[in-house]
Design a protein around this ligand. Structure first.
Ligand SMILES: C[S@@+](CC[C@H](N)C(=O)[O-])C[C@H]1O[C@@H](n2cnc3c(N)ncnc32)[C@H](O)[C@@H]1O
Length: 278
């Protein structure tokens, strides 16, 4: 991870199908996030700042953790997607969450939060360490910093010759994220980002959903991720829409994985948390 002068463009686009993909993704990574929040000691009554809310999944999970006596403030630069987040919170009868549009690094926010939490957001920021340093200023003494980020860089270690479609898909996906300016090794670089931000050394964990059965939902999820990055795949001249053949991708991945008996590993997420000095 090198610090950059510019943020990445949002690699996955801003369309409605991307909003649906974020919700689908949350379902696959929900357990990872719940374990992470539990370990981070996010608990009843806390006031939490949530960064990069997207369709609201992390904020809604946090709302359950902090309970009716706590509160969650979710922030996203994409004001449109926050409409979906608000609707979902209302539909679920969740009253202790509010969503604020804006760049989380620039907004005027209170400085008495008990925790700042984010999932899949530092990878888009030019300098994750600078962002963490700024975000931590919103915490009370002893407050918690907790981030969950993706890492693509270990994929080459699990490439297997039995699964050529999986291999080329992963290669293509990694290239698109890298070309768009996202930090593809953000997960493994969380430690460095915390330390460079002047935060205490974080406690780290590493998890990846994986599956090999025909019924596993990961194939559709991966294909929908490719639907979101297809415009960039074409714009960068990496492959044509015909070559990607998005409408059959999930089925082809499923058939290959099931035949090879080689489970597909979804992108690993690394979680990191630390508490400020009291
Ligand atoms: C991959 S989505 C993740 C959404 C959500 N955290 C989740 O895990 O379901 C990343 C979100 O971060 C938002 N984002 C990126 N940079 C941001 C910034 N500087 N401030 C606030 N939100 C940001 C994007 O608009 C996008 O909605």
């Amino acid at each position: 991870m090198s610090n950059q002068t510019r943020d990445a463009e949002y690699t996955l686009g801003r369309g409605e199908s991307e909003t649906e993909r974020l919700i689908e993704q949350s379902q696959l990574y929900e357990d990872v996030t719940r374990r992470f929040l539990l370990r981070s000691s996010i608990t009843k009554g806390m006031k939490v700042l949530e960064v990069g809310s997207g369709a609201g999944d992390v904020a809604l999970t946090l709302a359950g953790f902090v309970g009716p006596d706590g509160a969650v403030v979710g922030v996203d630069v994409n004001a449109d997607i926050l409409e979906t987040a608000r609707t979902r919170a209302n539909d679920a009868g969740v009253e202790n969450v509010e969503f604020v549009p804006g760049d989380a690094r620039m907004l005027e926010l209170p400085n008495d939060f008990d925790a700042v939490v984010g999932r899949l957001v530092l990878l888009y920021m030019a300098s994750p360490a600078d962002a963490l340093k700024k975000l931590a200023t919103h915490l009370r003494p002893g407050g918690i910093v907790a981030f969950q980020e993706i890492d693509f860089t270990l994929y080459p270690a699990i490439v297997h010759r039995d699964t050529p479609l999986v291999n080329t898909s992963i290669e293509l996906g990694m290239t698109v994220f890298e070309r768009s300016g996202a930090h593809i090794g953000m997960g493994l670089n969380l430690y460095r980002a915390f330390v460079e931000a002047g935060l205490p050394e974080p406690t780290l964990h590493f998890e990846a959903p994986m599956g090999g059965s025909a019924a596993w939902p990961g194939y559709e999820y991966l294909a929908n991720s490719f639907r979101s990055i297809l415009p960039l795949i074409e714009a960068y001249g990496l492959a044509t829409a015909e070559e990607v053949d998005i409408d059959t991708l999930a089925e082809r991945l499923r058939a290959e994985v099931v035949a090879a008996k080689r489970p597909l590993v979804l992108p690993p997420h690394i979680t990191a948390y630390a508490s400020l000095a009291t």
